[in-house]
Write a protein that binds this ligand. Sequence first.
Ligand code: SF4
Length: 104
Amino acid sequence: MYLENQQQADWRVRATCRDEDPDGLFVRGAEQRKAKLVCIACPVRTECLAEALDNRIEFGVWGGMTERERRALLRRRPDVDNWRELLDDARRRHSFDDEEVRVG
Ligand code: SF4
């Protein structure tokens, strides 16, 4: 449990955008498409997106989603009260499925 909490707390250290200009993620319009490219291979994309969704962060690109995309997602899923848990579960299930494919 401690390790899990520690990993959750330290996700920002592994962010791909850590050394980028932070203003680059808080742009508008077509610039957002470019900003989202930074997130594609980010190892903490899930954690970042969950942070934005759970805390209703209104501005900027987080986890590869613009504020508009996050608002739409929140409207579609008003039943979710813990995005971190939901996204972690989905990631675990996806990893498990991949493992089954490799083994099977
Ligand atoms: S998902 Fe994008 S905004 Fe979030 S930490 Fe990674 S690079 Fe930065």
